[in-house]
Write a protein that binds this ligand. Structure first.
Ligand code: CP
Ligand code: NVA
Length: 310
């Protein structure tokens, strides 16, 4: 079993063993980093990072992660690249592959990332598309593992928009045997193909998937409560209509009471306080949102090292 040379586009493509291989390695790299022990596994290697959307956590965690691994990272804004002026993705893939050892991309269309990966001869990492956010979901479930000690049989409840975040959470929960209940307004349900993919994985792992439109019912006995913005990047024009549609799809104190007493509250960030989550809950004792943000660094370092190291 080796991830070397592979792409990282979706958790759906990973085996359960590969997920735990990444988690185990992330734990080791996190300990080394905390102890100040050098771990230059990617010495002399370069990561090209293409961004067609804004980012704080993803950009900084990948860039700092490459430095900590002894390599370097290039921030490539699509506004400044020829890809932003219409150069084909397949040409960009082959050109960059002649310069760098790995490509990370954040963009709109998931198909574009698949095309990039098809033509690139170096590993491609999906750092968010409209469909998926696999690096975030890996960091989140690694965080849940740290807090809960085990994943199988635990329940994650996602409240809000059926977006890239819940799609990747469905993939990973189904793989690792966590139950997942999702509450979205009826018109904003998760992608049907993704739900089917998760259902297949859930059969193997014993995980239970429930898709509802009632937040309180979904939150019953949850070990993890998760939410994300009502309007993702690219949907800013729908903000007003979404505010109406999502009223009530909020992690607040009432919802917290429905979950287990020791539930942990997660959000991939950036958060909109007063919309999908209240100030008191995100700042309260159940919230682990900054642990999740930190773990982006450690989990992505593990992914990059496993994909790109000699
Ligand atoms: N969670 C996340 O991906 O954050 P950024 O958009 O800041 O990268
Ligand atoms: N669903 C959000 C996640 C941001 C990290 C978005 O796509 O904008």
């Amino acid at each position: 079993m080796s991830l070397k040379g592979k792409d990282f586009l979706s958790v759906h493509h990973l085996t359960v063993d590969e997920i735990y291989q990444i988690f185990d390695f992330a734990r080791i790299l996190k300990a080394k980093q905390k102890a100040g022990e050098p771990h230059p596994l990617l010495k002399g290697k370069t990561l090209g990072m293409i961004f067609q959307k804004a980012s704080t956590r993803t950009r900084v965690s990948f860039e700092v992660g490459m430095w900590q691994l002894g390599g370097s990272a290039l921030f490539l804004s699509s506004n400044d690249m020829q890809i932003g002026r219409g150069e084909p993705v397949k040409d960009t893939a082959r050109v960059l592959s002649r310069y760098v050892d790995g490509i990370m991309i954040r963009t709109f269309s998931h198909l574009e990332v698949e095309e990039l990966a098809e033509y690139a001869t170096v590993p491609v990492i999906n750092a968010l598309t409209d469909l998926l956010h696999p690096c975030q979901a890996m960091a989140d479930i690694f965080t849940a593992l740290e807090h809960k000690g085990e994943l199988k049989g635990r329940k994650l409840c996602y409240i809000g928009d059926g977006n890239n975040m819940v799609n990747s959470l469905l993939h990973i929960c189904a793989k690792v045997g966590m139950d997942i209940s999702v509450a979205t307004p009826a018109n904003y349900a998760p992608d049907a193909t993704i739900v089917e993919q998760a259902a297949v994985a859930a059969k193997l792992s014993g995980s239970k998937i429930t898709i509802l439109d009632d937040p309180l019912a979904a939150a019953q006995d949850a070990d993890v409560l998760y939410t994300d913005v009502w309007a993702s990047m690219g949907k800013e024009g729908e903000q007003a209509i979404r505010k109406q549609a999502f009223a009530g799809f909020q992690i607040n104190n009432t919802l917290l009471q429905a979950a287990k007493k020791d539930t942990i509250v997660m959000h991939c960030l950036p958060a909109h306080r007063g919309e999908e989550i209240t100030e008191d809950v995100i700042e309260g004792p159940n919230s682990v949102v900054f642990d999740e943000a930190e773990n982006r660094l450690h989990v992505q370092k593990a992914i990059m090292a496993l994909l790109m190291a000699d």
